[in-house]
Design a protein around this ligand. Structure first.
Ligand SMILES: NC(=O)c1ccc[n+]([C@@H]2O[C@H](COP(=O)([O-])OP(=O)(O)OC[C@H]3O[C@@H](n4cnc5c(N)ncnc54)[C@H](OP(=O)(O)O)[C@@H]3O)[C@@H](O)[C@H]2O)c1
Length: 436
């Protein structure tokens, strides 16, 4: 491996192959997060050169002087120690990565089709030159599933990986099932919202999911699974009628990648499948991805999140770059000890929404008096329910977000009202305030 500059010894020079949706997000996130990366990893990253097809195209936030159409300026420059491949395709991409790894540069790639075909060859090339090859973004974008399989669950003896690994098809199926849309209408909607490409064949036909499952099962089962080993069907032949009938029978239809280890053999398949409505994968809707990892020791672990998007994918790419930087002795400690100097918020200043229940005397004007006490503290009521009557009356309020200290003051004042009996009960409401 080309020596990544030791901490504090000058910048680590990074070259990009491609500057489209993902590449431009990598440049932007590096710009925004460079200081944090330097503080936690001890390394300053510098984008040295970026390969594109068209250097004249405007790319907001990208310094045009870094652009080149000459691949050797990225692939063969000995001062570049990490090459980020976000151009996609098999040819000429494979040749570029062979060259970069061959000279000892580490490579981070988001290219699932390339890895599902040439992963073993590229990994061997990396091993031979002592470089690193990382590919977190190639499956499920921002969800750190490869790192979890490779590191956190390495000793867990994984027996099954079941995934919703294509966001386009999950969005289409969610809409077909939720709104009863026919396939074509749901696909057009996905295209309008940017969840599906103009040519959606690879997604809806299942080839994209097959490549991702080949990568995930290779890592999970320490086996070389080629994309051609993965039989796949897509959702393009699905009929709205079957989705509706499955719903009536208590199932949700999902495009599932299912990889299993049974009797020592690995099986991987991608196909639409009926998932029981109460199963945790059934709840994963819209363009989200999810991967359920099963093992005898850890039972079931599910990871859910965005499976595509420029920033989301770039975040996984940068995580790989940081892992490469951080493979020095003591790097975890350095990372964990880093202090940004951020203050800790005073608990009373933290905002939340609230639920309050109190026993009250059932008299006219009680609600108005209670409401005015909360209003004095700047807390407004979102909803009210009154239960019971006479001595058994209770007033239940849900309040919009406000500071904890204001709620504490309001509760003390409300508790002191003649009409309020005993201590009011207060609970926080998730998701409606800053603190939740
Ligand atoms: N977008 C996502 O949400 C997502 C999610 C996960 C993984 N990925 C993977 O990430 C990779 C990049 O995706 P993307 O969406 O960023 O693609 P994109 O927007 O099409 O960008 C591709 C970039 O590569 C450059 N490029 C393509 N072929 C080239 C060639 N032969 N020579 C020089 N430059 C070339 C293009 O140059 P020009 O700009 O000059 O055309 C462009 O900058 C793909 O492997 C994709 O599968 C993407």
């Amino acid at each position: 491996m080309i020596g990544v500059a030791a901490r504090g010894e000058g910048p680590v020079r990074v070259g990009l192959l491609g500057c489209g949706t993902v590449g431009s997000a990598v440049v932007r996130l590096l710009d925004q997060g460079g200081a944090t990366i330097e503080r936690t990893s001890g390394h300053r990253l510098e984008v040295a050169r970026i390969l594109v097809r068209d250097t004249e195209r405007p790319r907001p936030g990208v310094d045009p002087s870094l652009l080149t159409t000459d691949p050797s300026e990225v692939v063969d420059d000995p001062s570049i120690s990490i090459v980020i491949e976000v151009m996609g395709g098999l040819d000429p991409t494979l040749g570029y990565l062979r060259s970069a790894l061959g000279r000892g540069a580490s490579v981070v790639t988001a290219n699932k089709q390339l890895l599902a075909r040439y992963g073993p060859e590229l990994l061997a090339a990396a091993q031979q030159s002592g470089a690193e090859l990382r590919f977190e973004a190639s499956a499920c974008a921002a969800i750190p599933v490869i790192k979890v399989l490779r590191e956190s669950l390495l000793a867990a003896d994984i027996t099954a990986v079941t995934g919703i690994v294509n966001g386009t098809t999950n969005y289409i199926l969610t809409e077909m099932s939720r709104a009863g849309l026919p396939y074509d209408v749901a696909l057009s909607q996905a295209q309008e919202l940017g969840y599906a490409e103009a040519d959606p064949t690879e997604d809806v036909g299942g080839a994209d999911a097959a490549a991702k499952m080949a990568i995930l099962s290779s890592i999970a089962f320490h086996t070389r699974v080629h994309v051609d080993d993965v039989p796949f069907e897509g959702i393009d032949g699905l009929q709205a009628e079957d989705i509706a009938l499955a719903g009536r029978l208590g199932f949700v239809v999902k495009l599932l990648g299912v990889a299993r280890l049974a009797e020592g053999a690995v099986s991987v398949r991608v196909a639409p499948a009926l998932v029981p409505a109460g199963h945790r994968l059934a709840a994963v809707g819209g363009p989200d991805n999810a991967v359920l990892l099963e093992s005898r020791t850890t039972r079931e672990i599910m990871l859910v999140g965005p499976g595509a998007g420029g920033d989301e994918t770039a975040s996984a790419v940068l995580a790989d770059v940081i892992s490469i930087l951080g493979t020095h002795r003591g790097s975890f400690l350095h990372n964990a000890l880093a202090d940004s100097g951020r203050p800790i918020a005073a608990p009373g200043d933290v905002e939340s929404a609230f639920y309050v229940r109190m026993s009250v005397a059932d008299r006219p004007g009680v609600l108005a008096r209670v409401a005015s006490v909360f209003a004095e503290e700047g807390l407004s009521i979102r909803s009210v329910v009154q239960t019971g009557s006479g001595d058994e009356a209770s007033l239940v309020l849900v309040l919009h977000a406000g500071a904890e200290r204001r709620m504490a003051a309001a509760l003390a004042a409300v508790g002191a009202l003649d009409e309020v009996r005993g201590e009011p009960v207060m609970l926080r409401v998730l998701g409606s305030g800053e603190g939740g």
